[in-house]
Design a protein around this ligand. Structure first.
Ligand code: 4NP
Length: 170
């Protein structure tokens, strides 16, 4: 009998109040719609603890809810244990990725770190821009980029879920 597979994904941005909580919500909705919710653990975290304990930014939540995404995560900083607990640790821009690789406690855990746009299908952007100091268009762009890249990420994970691999080969 095939072993039940589960993939643990942690999305990471700077503050964990705009991009990574949105990635978490978009990915959760996609896996739910694909009937694979029980095969994923999806969470998000930030590289700074400045917003620890806060809900996602109200502007980000307002843009997300218009597309049907409820951002209900609470900001928390990345912990060393995350590098062991998650199979994929996905930063939103190259600074996030550099910092995550710097903090990774081993070569093996460093290899779990990826950039969100690696999974982009339309390849319009090679990073997810920080919307914190932007206007409405910045928040809409975040959601556009995440909807595209999260679908690519789900597509990349499916072979690992259906075959013998427990850790996706990215
Ligand atoms: P995020 O956006 O990294 O997408 O959550 C930011 C949130 C807060 C800050 C910067 C970016 N900040 O400087 O407080």
């Amino acid at each position: 009998m095939r072993k039940h597979r589960k993939i643990q994904i942690l999305f990471v941005c700077l503050g964990n109040i705009c991009r990574s909580p949105s990635a978490e919500a978009v990915m959760k909705q996609l896996v739910q719609q694909s009937g694979r919710a029980d095969q994923f653990r999806i969470d998000s975290a930030g590289l700074i603890d400045y917003h620890e304990g806060e809900q996602a930014d109200p502007r980000m939540r307002a843009h997300a809810i218009r597309r049907g995404y409820v951002l209900d995560s609470i900001s928390r900083p990345v912990r060393t244990a995350d590098f062991f607990d998650f199979a994929l640790i996905i930063g939103m821009d190259s600074r996030n990725v550099d910092e995550l690789r710097h903090r990774a406690p081993s070569v093996e855990t460093m290899q779990k770190v990826h950039q969100m746009t690696e999974f982009s299908r339309n390849r319009l952007y090679d990073y997810v821009p920080d919307p914190y100091y932007s206007g409405a268009e910045g928040f809409e762009l975040v959601l556009d980029l995440l909807e595209d890249a999260c679908q690519g990420l789900l597509d990349a994970c499916i072979p690992a879920l259906d075959e013998t691999e427990s850790t996706p080969k990215m």
